[in-house]
Design a protein. Sequence first.
Length: 109
Amino acid sequence: MPKYMIERNLPRAGHLSPAELAAVSDKSCSALRSFGSRVQWMQSYVTGDKIYCIYVAPSEGVIREHARLAGFPISRIAEVTAIIDPATSEAVIPEHERLHDLAKEAGVY
């Protein structure tokens, strides 16, 4: 199932109290119940004036319906096409595409 990143403009989001963030979370969870297991809220990242949310859902339309039910703004939705992290750099790369470590090849270490 596709994964989506949702950007929500929310002035002063980074200044919400723990109780206010709990209320936002509760509102989201309440709206999610109407979708059963079709939509999963993975996590959200709160910044100064935005909240970035990660959802797994069958379509962008379902994400928009969740936002409507919860009363949340949506500034942008983007489908996640890949996930990378530091371990990605250790993936198997064909020898001809690898960068050579000249110091290692010269016996420096």
